[in-house]
Design a protein around this ligand. Sequence first.
Ligand code: 4AD
Ligand code: MG
Length: 431
Amino acid sequence: MKTVRIADFKAHVGEEVLVQGWLHNKRSSGKLQFLIVRDGSGFAQAVVAKAGVPPEAWEAGDAMGQESSLELTGKVKEDKRAPGGFEVEVTGLKAIHVTHDFPITPKEHGTAFLMENRHLWLRSQRQHAILRIRHAVVKATRDFLDDQGLTLVDTPIFTPAACEGTTTLFGVPYFDEGTAYLTQSGQLYNEANAAAHGKVYCFGPTFRAEKSKTRRHLTEFWMVEPELAFAHLEDALKLAEGLICSVVRRVLETRKEELKTLERDVAQLEKIQSPFPWLHYDDAIKLIQSKGSQTQWGSDFGGTDETVIAQAYDRPVVVHRFPSAIKAFYMEPDPDNPVYSLSADILAPEGYGEIVGGGERMSSAESLLARIHEHDLPEEAFRWYIDLRRFGSVPHAGFGMGIERVVTWICGIDHLRETSAFPRTLYRIYP
Ligand code: 4AD
Ligand code: MG
């Protein structure tokens, strides 16, 4: 008999199928066993009637504890009330591996315990839903950028120098070359790739030795970074806006069940439409100060500030023109007033904070070199980066979107750690 995945039940109503999976939960009366089975694609209820199966099948159902692996045969029935909308009338059941005492039971567990057992926690319905939404976000991101004509060019993970400030670098011994650093962003290499391909993106893991123990920070996270040649700040941010709208729409279309599992208020996501409002940094400062923030002009926003700004809108907001002094060395100054940089962040609604950071890159070799000195960065390591401005320099811009931040917001969950299968944080590297 052919194995049918639970997600494909719709096409097999009325047929007898083989299901391979694990026992998520069970209850039983004297004559009926109700098994909630998961097979990786979904969850379904399988009903075993003592009178309807061979005695070995009934005994197998009796013997199995939570997370025992199994194979069952049965007829797929549509049932509106059942989780997932289908039920299996079991005809045969066999345990592959009987287990008892699975550490994560349906009762409440503390986060520390769940994180310690992350390798098993992944099997829960909630974690399953979150990671399936993550997959949809990644797929939608790639599809959107591919459709916009960007070429995927991946950038290295071992790098000789900092990209986003020297305080969050992870050093790694690198043969006779001294210390290499795990990349904080592929942007600088992306700029070289953009000069070769016009429009590119990279999509990979990035690393920050963040000492902050907040719900928004991981030490390893995935970032998608588009970079456009012959483009300005507005062009890059328009692309980001299109990307975010497209990703949200895709999740709403293809991950309804998962959003339901997470009890996500989808009305909030349905509001995500173009155009996004733009707010100048100065106005953002005025806004948060009017709501009691102590943050002064010339500082970056705190998490609470970002929430206050976002609360003024029903869709993501673009905060633009941060003071040059608080942004990375490569930011192009605003020609109208160089105190400001051609930079922007996109803040997610509902208090989820910054999901995108980007801007226009400095296009003059002289100014860039001066900046590298001002920031006390090793000129030698950036020789190639300055070259990009010496050979056919063009205005160019791009951004980085943190995948875990986006998934956290779309899922409507509290903490970034649940959006990565094996999250890396300040105090945890196991499992
Ligand atoms: O704002 P950031 O630092 O920007 C850059 O790295 C640019 N070089 C990107 C570019 O222009 N190509 O980071 C970009 C995004 C943030 O908006 C946030 O979504 C995410 O990356 N991010 C983090 N996500 C999880 N944990 C952390 N510690 C993060 N730091 C940044
Ligand atoms: Mg940022």
